[in-house]
Write a protein that binds this ligand. Structure first.
Ligand code: PGA
Length: 241
């Protein structure tokens, strides 16, 4: 069984989001989470699978126009939230310090942070993929209590493999994914004495899922484009169950 987390980014309008909810309404699965645009959290709450946020405020309340706090997510019954996605690092200039604060906000409300890390194509070409990823992990977790780290899900998402990246639909080999997933797990075990779920993200779809499912060390997927259509996402959940 693999964990399947959908990240719908800022893609669906209200009509499409409503149709998605209708299409997924019969799916009752313990191995799937869907993260819609924050404005649709309430709409998705009727689903039988858990709903997660895509981002959270780094502070707990107050003068933060446009932000959504961990307390507000929790009040809505949200138990998962993506943090540190490469698109936020790139377009919102999100730093490891901010990401660390967000993780603490989420943990403070008993919300599971889904921490995204991943190297650029240049890093990969320079043979620095694993180092970059471990460094991102180290920095993001620097101010997180050691005994809380086991609650986090880590999503390994090579930036170059995410849809619309520089080489669309080109993803790492199974060996490459396995090596980095194991490096992440070993690092967390050695540094904090804990094991966490590590999932892969980047152009996962029905065409490459069977091959990816052969990586025993990988615990699941963070899925963008292929989570936008209920039928496709449903099939992925079924295959991974
Ligand atoms: P993708 O997105 O599946 O469309 O590549 C994954 C992600 O960015 O989380």
């Amino acid at each position: 069984m693999k964990l399947v987390i959908g990240n719908q980014k800022a893609y669906l309008g209200y009509g499409a989001a409503s149709s998605f909810v209708e299409g997924l309404s019969t799916v009752d699965s313990s191995n799937a989470i869907i993260c819609p645009s924050n404005i649709y959290l309430e709409l998705y709450k009727d689903l039988k699978i858990p709903v997660g946020g895509q981002d959270v405020c780094a502070d707990n309340e107050g003068k933060r126009t446009g932000e959504i706090t961990a307390v507000q997510l929790k009040e809505l019954g949200i138990n998962y939230c993506i943090v540190g996605h490469s698109e936020r690092r790139e377009y919102q200039n999100e730093t490891s310090v901010t990401i660390g604060k967000k993780i603490n906000q989420l943990l403070g409300q008993d919300i599971v942070p889904i921490l995204c890390i991943g190297e650029s194509f240049e890093d990969k070409e320079a043979g620095k993929g694993a180092d970059v990823v471990i460094n991102q992990l180290k920095e993001a977790l620097e101010n997180v209590e050691k005994d809380q780290i086991g609650k986090i899900i880590v999503a390994y998402e090579p930036v170059w493999a995410i849809s619309n990246g520089i080489r669309p639909n080109v993803i790492p080999s199974n060996t490459e994914i396995k090596d980095i997933v194991c490096s992440i797990k070993n690092f967390l075990l050695d540094s904090y004495g804990t094991t966490v779920k590590v999932i892969y993200g980047g152009s996962v779809n029905l065409n490459n899922l069977d091959e990816l499912n052969k990586i025993d060390e990988n615990d699941g997927y963070l899925i963008g484009g292929a989570s936008l259509k209920a039928e496709e996402f449903k099939k992925i959940i079924e295959i991974c169950a």
